[in-house]
Design a protein around this ligand. Sequence first.
Ligand code: FMN
Length: 336
Amino acid sequence: MNNFWQTIHKPIIALAPMEDVTDTVFREVVLSVSDPDALNVVFTEFTSTDGLCHEKGRSKVIERLLVNASEMTLLKSRNTKLVAQIWGGDPEKFRLSAKLISEMNLFDGIDINMGCPAKKVVKNKSCANLINYPELAKEIIYATAESTHLPVSVKTRIGFSKIVTEEWISHLLETAPKAITIHGRTRKMMSNGPALWDEIGKAVTLRDKLCSKTLILGNGEVFSYTDALNRIEQYGVDGVMVGTGVFKNPWMFNTERVEITVNHRIELMRKHITLYQNTWGNGKDYNVLKRFFKIYLNGFSNAAHWRDAFMRAHGYEEALHHLDQMEKQLQALMVL
Ligand SMILES: Cc1cc2nc3c(=O)[nH]c(=O)nc-3n(C[C@H](O)[C@H](O)[C@H](O)COP(=O)(O)O)c2cc1C
């Protein structure tokens, strides 16, 4: 097995799996403005094992595992690892899904979601609800690991309705996953309140006490590269995973800390729209793309006006036209 988790440059900085966000397009956009050592693992959106094992449903679900050739070239050139994240509640479906994913020859690892708090998933014995079914969680990890040569990791929380960090993480460690990412909140906390990094620190102490080789990544409210490095130092984690921080600043994995100009914003937004159009065309809801616009449309005069105009645009052509107009207007105002 090629366990990249052990050989990869440390500290590890990972882009979190995010549904409707971290598709091949967004990953490539972020990678294109990040330094190789400041972002070295990226995750897919979570993908249903039920869907992957369903003959008819598979073709839709598998879109989440699409990897553009241009993204793959970028990943290889910078030695950044790509991990497919899967979720479900049936060990046999994990077994089959892991085999399928391995045979795709696109991914460096498989991650099991044991953290998603959404009602639609926790009503079954899956995602964060697996914290309540630790034996099933174990079976799922073993079934996945048995059917793949790829390293298997877990992303989870510190508890379901109450904090049970040590009990839950020691249980997971018994299965020797190659890495565990811990979001420092319980399922009950959803995304509210501060992420409890002290709990993540406790998991590291426990891992060390047990002499386990499993890497621990911390997750929750990391908003800059410096912030990531500080957390690594303070809590002893092997790495940090960043989610929503990247919406505020997609350039956050750029260690040169160049000033982000309006030109940078326009350039990246154009890349994002064009890549999204070329990848998905009409095959994916255009409105999903709209959610990203506010990332780029801020920090310059008249940004609010343009945000409004872009939100009202109906498709790629109109959005790209707005972008040209905005660029011209800003050039005339000598902002660029
Ligand atoms: C829009 C969105 C989608 C998400 N989708 C997933 C997912 O597919 N799998 C997963 O493990 N976590 C998912 N998460 C949780 C994030 O990976 C991360 O754990 C959480 O946002 C906390 O990290 P942050 O404070 O850096 O954002 C999602 C979060 C957001 C905001």
